[in-house]
Write a protein that binds this ligand. Structure first.
Ligand code: FEO
Length: 397
């Protein structure tokens, strides 16, 4: 169902209650998501973004109940990724001549996905589109989340349509930030940032400064996923500034995999040692083979240090440990310390493999790591506790 965001702005998107993974299987969506599309009416009418392809027929059918499609004057494609552009083919079959406003990279991406010569109108930062009494002002936002991404700002109503930025994967009928559980909201917002936007933190910081420098009032931020920020909308902008600037809480995350519990016992002893040396630090342990990887990445994002553990297998490490290392290398975390640990039976390459990958991922590796032969005895456990002590002292704030 459509609902009125403002008298002249209708939400016409899709709440996807069933979604449990996004980007294929790369991102867990425990709370579902939504694909937000907005209809802005003035003398002229603009449709901002659409929904994911599987919902395209439903989207267009519902849109027809809201407005006669020939009354849509402009389509705004803030972002070409399929979750927002997926209904364009179905929509444009109905209104093939209507111009689609997007960035030049947007043309490339949309043509690359749909192979259609729609009536593309390329816009750049500062370009304006008059709707009659109000204007849409376009703001390019490359890499928030793809090279094509942009935002647009509606004058008069002071609404920023931010697309992926400031979004959260939440399915809810309570469409405003002040109506939902705040812990759930910010958990999903930080998870979104940690897993999707971390590599682009410098661009996020710069783009926010660019937007704030426009010195325009922002009464509402309408992202393309999750709830609309209407209560103190700049609070999420302030959070993004924090997250974009080498964010770390007083937390150490220990992420490991284990075959016969030797590396798990090491992880627990190291955690004990950290806590003994620095009672103020939050220590969290995750067996990465049994945990949701996106939740673990969110905890690593929040941490000042991460310890990665794996036993040695076939002169390497277990696949779940390798997978989390691959993920965090790509996310390019900044200003975080790290170390390796793991047990072994004969050759013992794991900690060197882990340390190398941590360095490649931009982590400051604290030491050579610790390994224990077979399942650690009481002396081995004491070694791990001392190792935890040392990590706590080396990372104490
Ligand atoms: Fe929600 Fe980058 O798409």
């Amino acid at each position: 169902m459509a609902f009125a965001v403002k008298e002249n702005i209708s939400w016409v998107g899709k709440v996807d209650w069933e979604l449990r993974s996004f980007h294929g299987k790369e991102y867990s969506t425990h709370r579902g998501s939504s694909y937000n599309s907005y209809l802005v009416r003035d003398t002229k009418t603009a449709l901002i973004d659409t929904v994911w392809g599987p919902f395209s027929r439903e989207f267009v059918a519902r849109l027809k109940r809201e407005i006669s499609l020939d009354e849509i004057d402009f389509v705004i494609a803030n972002h070409a990724e399929s979750d927002h552009s997926g209904a364009l083919p179905e929509l444009m079959r109905n209104i093939p001549e209507v111009p689609i406003y997007c960035t030049s990279n947007g043309v490339d991406s949309l043509k690359g996905h749909y192979h259609q010569d729609w009536n593309f109108q390329v816009v750049k930062t500062g370009d304006k589109l008059s709707l009659g009494s109000k204007e849409l002002i376009f703001i390019e936002a490359p890499m928030l989340h793809w090279p094509d991404s942009m935002m647009c700002y509606l004058t008069g109503d002071n609404v920023l349509f931010s697309n992926d930025a400031f979004g959260q994967h939440i399915a809810t009928e309570m469409m405003y930030n002040d109506l939902v559980d705040q812990a759930e909201l910010f958990q999903e917002a930080i998870k979104y940032y940690a897993n999707i936007l971390t590599p682009f933190s410098k661009l996020v910081d710069k783009k926010i400064k660019d937007v704030l420098a426009l010195n325009v009032p922002v009464d509402m931020i309408c992202p393309s996923h999750g709830v609309i920020w209407r209560d103190d909308p700049l609070q999420i902008v302030e959070k993004y500034v924090e997250w974009a600037n080498t964010y770390a809480e007083n937390q150490i995350t220990i992420a490991y995999d284990t075959m016969w519990n030797g590396t798990r016992r090491m992880a627990e002893a190291i955690a004990h040692g950290i806590k003994a040396a620095d009672p103020a630090v939050t220590v969290k342990l995750y067996n990465v083979a049994r945990s949701d990887k996106n939740d673990v990445i969110t905890e690593i994002f929040k941490s000042k240090a991460v310890l990665i553990g794996s036993p040695t297998v076939n002169k390497g490490i277990l696949s779940a440990a390798a997978a989390i290392l691959e993920e965090i290398k790509g996310l390019r975390f900044q200003n975080k310390k790290a170390a390796a640990f793991g047990c072994y039976g004969w050759s013992g390459e794991a900690i060197a493999v882990i340390s190398k990958r941590l360095k490649e991922g931009g982590f400051q590796v604290l030491n050579d790591g610790i390994m224990e032969k077979w399942n650690p005895n009481s002396e081995g456990i004491d070694n791990c506790i001392r190792f935890g002590n040392d990590v706590a002292l080396a990372t104490r704030q």
